[in-house]
Write a protein that binds this ligand. Structure first.
Ligand code: HEM
Length: 511
């Protein structure tokens, strides 16, 4: 009897506790009495400012948005795991690659580049492929794309390029007149434009997409020896792309098809996987190529620099909250761990600054403390305070050095690798530009079906360019890449033979 009374009493308390837990509260945790009717001065009077819950609710709503990413605004992300295939300590001291079978949690965000966060996922646009490794030595990010090269090779051109690709400041519409005007001054974009206007420019979804680090990075071992590496993520689902017609059809039915595909696959337990490989060059080999290996508009051809497989990544969990994880995630090429450093690539060097800078603006100075960005290791820093800090810092010594012996120590074994220097400062383009050769190789590697798609997509866009000088110059670049490529484009655009001859003569001088 006694125990029955006890059980009944316990059940009552538990139910009351549960009821309390399920009661709507204010941000301060205070129970809310009425969430449907504002407090008014009598039945027909005005709403009272003293309705704290109402004012807080509307004020919170007014502040729901943060600035979207200036590029790569539309994205979808998933959690997963990376497993190292071996101990790569002879090449890099990065701990997450230091043991066969070592597993590291990852977060991967896929994205489109140009259009806003609510735009369709069928756009002809590169796809972002950004991976955050939560390693035991802090966070390491490979912030790559689905295409192996980029449009430009110097960060100083990036804002202009993005302005030309973004919607017009007058019409708010993307306009080929604007971006081809820009690209007619950028012959090094020829290979990237060839990728973009081929069917590679519209991936079928994110699972069946490869990823590339694009830049060279430095791997440094414990002896301080440096190698240059380029990364590739190979989709274990294969690579699949859409023709322009297929994309049009899908967009009409489901304009967020790639997001749906990722959520549905992972919810069903159909976990996508990628193999990571690297191409490796020794510093003394950098000059032996006809192109500059630190130029992001170039690939390192496999026959010259074969790939080595280093690990596998599997995605197995979707975020519980889109905003807190996907939207607030902050990837940066400057998130590097001991054993991995930036190369001298001029595009990458600008990115090292840009991402941290934009993230301080987008989310505030303490964005690295948000759970999705927080490393899974202790953060022992004397950077402190600022808006919304939550580090839980303790102790009186918040500086270094200190006689107390309480301060954190820096450790010379983690110093950056040493780079020999020569020459003077200058502002000059690189010497080995080789703007067209790889674009030609790429065109010739396409099947006839792929070539036909490319010619159709590219001529379709170029046909709308009103400035014939810009249009002809673009055709000239593709002609320089490959004669058949340029000739087919010219025919599709109705450019006559005499004009092509003139174009070729003009181009003979240009590179
Ligand atoms: C100088 C050249 C570049 C600059 C200045 C630049 C700048 C930016 C900025 C400001 C963001 C927004 C970041 C944020 O708000 O969190 C961003 C996102 C991104 N960029 Fe770049 N970018 C450059 C080149 C590249 C290249 C070459 C790649 C690929 C290899 C790339 C891949 C990405 C990706 C994947 C994202 C989205 C990351 C995410 O999912 O949050 N960017 N970029």
């Amino acid at each position: 009897m006694k125990s029955l009374v006890f059980i009944a009493a316990f059940a009552l308390v538990a139910t009351a506790g549960y009821a309390q837990q399920r009661t709507l509260t204010t941000n301060g945790g205070v129970p809310v009495g009425n969430n449907q009717n504002s407090k008014t001065a009598g039945e027909s009077g005005s709403v009272l400012l003293e309705d704290i819950h109402l004012i807080e609710k509307i004020a919170a709503f007014d502040r729901e948005r943060i600035p979207e990413r200036v590029v790569h605004a539309r994205g979808v992300a998933a959690h997963g795991e990376f497993e190292s295939y071996s101990n790569f300590a002879s090449l890099t001291k990065a701990a997450f690659l230091g043991q066969k079978g070592k597993k590291t949690p990852v977060f991967l965000r896929f994205s489109t580049v140009i259009h806003p966060s609510g735009s369709p996922e069928t756009a002809r646009d590169p796809r972002g492929f950004a991976v955050k490794f939560y390693t035991e030595e802090g966070n390491y990010d490979i912030v790559g794309n689905n295409l192996p090269v980029f449009f430009i090779r110097d960060a100083i051109k990036f804002p202009d390029m993005v302005h030309s690709l973004k919607p017009s400041p007058i019409t708010n519409k993307q306009d080929g007149n604007r971006f081809f005007d820009f690209f007619s001054h950028v012959p090094e974009a020829t290979q990237m434009l060839t990728f973009l206007f081929s069917d590679h420019g519209i991936p079928k979804n994110y699972r069946e997409t490869n990823g590339f680090g694009v830049h060279a990075f430095k791997w440094v071992n414990a002896q301080g020896e440096v190698r240059y590496v380029k990364y590739k993520w190979t989709s274990q689902q294969g690579e699949k792309n859409l023709t322009a017609d297929e994309a049009k059809k899908i967009q009409g039915e489901d304009w967020q098809h790639a997001t749906n595909d990722l959520y549905q696959s992972i919810y069903k337990g159909n976990y996508p996987a990628w193999e990571l490989s690297v191409q490796i060059i020794k510093p003394e080999e950098l000059d032996k190529f006809e192109f500059n290996p630190l130029d992001a508009t170039k690939t390192w051809p496999e026959d010259l620099v074969p790939s080595v497989k280093i690990g596998k990544m599997i995605l197995n969990r979707m975020p519980d909250n889109f905003f807190e994880e996907t939207e607030q995630s902050a990837f940066a090429p400057g998130n590097l761990v001991p054993g991995i450093e930036a190369s001298e690539d001029r595009l990458l060097q600008g990115r090292l600054f840009s991402y941290f800078d934009t993230q301080r603006y987008r989310m505030g100075s303490n964005f690295q403390q948000l759970p999705i960005n927080r490393p899974k290791v202790a953060v022992n820093t004397y950077n402190q305070d600022g808006a919304l800090t939550n580090r839980g810092a303790k102790g009186d010594v918040n500086y270094q050095p200190s006689v107390t012996g309480d301060s954190y120590k820096d450790n010379p074994s983690y110093e950056y690798a040493r780079t020999p220097l020569k020459g003077t400062t200058l502002q000059r383009a690189i010497t080995k530009t080789l703007n067209f050769k790889q674009a030609g190789d790429l065109y010739r590697s396409f099947t006839e079906k792929e070539k036909a798609s490319l010619i159709r997509n590219l001529s379709g866009e170029l046909a709308g360019v009103k400035n014939k000088g810009v249009q002809r110059k673009m055709v000239g670049y593709f002609y320089k890449a490959d004669k058949d490529y340029g000739t087919r484009l010219s025919k599709a655009l109705g450019i006559d033979a005499v004009e092509i001859e003139r174009l070729i003569q003009d181009l003979a001088l240009a590179d």
